[in-house]
Design a protein around this ligand. Sequence first.
Ligand code: 5GP
Ligand code: ZN
Length: 113
Amino acid sequence: MTDCLFCRIIRGDIPTKKVYEDEHIFAFEDIDPKAPTHVLVIPKKHIRGLKEATPEDAEIIGRCHLTAAKIARDRGIEDGYRTVLNVGPRSGQSVFHLHVHLVGGRDLGWPPG
Ligand code: 5GP
Ligand code: ZN
């Protein structure tokens, strides 16, 4: 989508600190990190969010999580991290291109706010 912030990031129109990229996935540092590790893992395919995803998106959503797990392993934060999808405005979703937050590197409270 031309006017989607994260589609523009994938295209390289907006600079980011890239963490990982393959045919299906792009991962980059969050601009406003909430923990020592705060990486956003996104599908290259534009999907508005989890509630708009369809069964054909199951594989790519799984890939996003497995990519987050790989980044966590590479960074040595496997003693505790979280993968989060904010879904809908009441959850705090502010960018409407599906993204998995990988948050870790510090103690994480439960339940989340
Ligand atoms: P949401 O609130 O939709 O779950 O998450 C959106 C995330 O995108 C936020 O954590 C926010 O800091 C991040 N973000 C928003 N704009 C940019 C940007 O231009 N570059 C990067 N790297 N992250 C962004
Ligand atoms: Zn998009």
